[in-house]
Write a protein that binds this ligand. Structure first.
Ligand code: ZN
Length: 325
């Protein structure tokens, strides 16, 4: 093939290749879960530190699973705008009341993240009572994932990837590209985990905080797109030996400046809240002495993790569009 044709074809493919995006990106999810461990009180920190590798590496399992298991996806988001303008204030905070008002099918169709977080908090409390290491680790880790997702503005809207406003790709931009570029400079000292008096309502506080930031997320990107030429907005990077189109550094910096610390604030909120949920579950279980708990996962659980990993590697991962949440 002639050189020029080849370049054209190559560029075409580069544009068609999906930018592999996940909620918060693998990078941010792992970072958030890991940092949450360090905010725990002395009675808990030793136990969680011992398992910090598990808690970090498996932080992304819910995203890996969502392409294989149908019930997984709705746990990661809630499309609040489906329920009208003041949905944030009007939605029933408790699952039973929400089901009565909207039916379970509707809730599952538009996402259940806040209710799922409170269910997990309940399950984690039970696991602590039962001294069940497998479940303590799994629930702590995966709850960290959902709490972090609930802090992402684009996880609270049907327009989750800017697909209705000509901003396709914004999802991965906000939650993967920005943290990858700039989180080295974020301040992750968030203080100690705090007891949560009303776990069900706290999950809604996260959603509220995320949803309140949604207008800025969309508006500033649109504003900057008008100010930037197309070729300055994007650049190319080689990732996993594939050339991928990414938002350029200059565009990312300008966006990050406009957002004025929003990504950092939401990451900090996630870290603090995850640890607080872990702490609350442990307190509600009667503050058990964790040094007397089993130290290694059961053979069954190790096997289950292996299987889940293999299933993910074998696919199917498609279809997945750019920045799919
Ligand atoms: Zn997710």
């Amino acid at each position: 093939m002639a050189g020029k044709q080849r370049v054209v074809l190559f560029l075409l493919f580069a544009f068609l290749l999906p930018h592999l995006g996940y909620s918060w990106g693998f990078f941010a999810h792992q970072r958030i879960n890991r940092l949450a461990v360090f905010t725990l009180p002395p009675e808990m920190i030793g136990f969680y530190k011992k398992h910090i590798r598990y808690i970090t590496e498996n932080a992304v399992n819910p995203d890996r699973r969502r392409y294989a298991v149908e019930w997984e996806a709705p746990r990661h988001y809630i499309d609040l705008d489906v329920y009208g303008d003041s949905a944030l204030y009007k939605m029933p905070r408790f699952w039973q009341q929400a089901v009565e008002l909207y039916t379970e099918d509707t809730l599952q169709a538009y996402g259940i993240v806040p209710w799922h977080i409170s269910l997990m908090k309940y399950q984690l409390t039970q696991a602590f009572k039962e001294r069940d290491l497998d479940r303590i680790l799994r629930l702590s880790t995966e709850m960290g994932h959902y709490v972090a997702d609930a802090c992402v503005p684009l996880h609270t809207t049907q327009n989750y990837n800017g697909q209705f406003t000509g901003q396709r790709g914004i999802h991965g931009f906000w939650e993967s590209r920005l943290p990858e570029l700039f989180s080295g400079n974020y301040d992750f000292f968030v203080g100690q985990a705090q007891y949560i008096e009303q776990p069900q309502l706290r999950a809604w506080d996260l959603v509220a905080s995320a949803h309140t930031g949604l207008d800025s997320v969309l508006y500033f990107e649109k504003q900057l797109t008008q100010a930037f030429d197309e070729e300055k907005k994007y650049s190319f990077e080689v990732r996993n030996s594939l050339t991928t189109r990414v938002y350029s550094r200059a565009f990312s910096e300008a966006y990050s400046d406009k957002l004025n610390g929003q990504v950092e604030r939401q990451m900090r909120l996630a870290i603090r809240t995850i640890a607080s949920y872990w702490y609350t579950a442990w307190v509600d279980a009667g503050q058990p002495d964790l040094s007397t708990y089993p130290k290694v996962l059961t053979a069954e659980e190790q096997q289950r993790l292996e299987m889940e990993k293999k299933e993910y590697e074998a696919g199917p991962h498609k279809p997945r569009e750019e920045g799919d949440n």
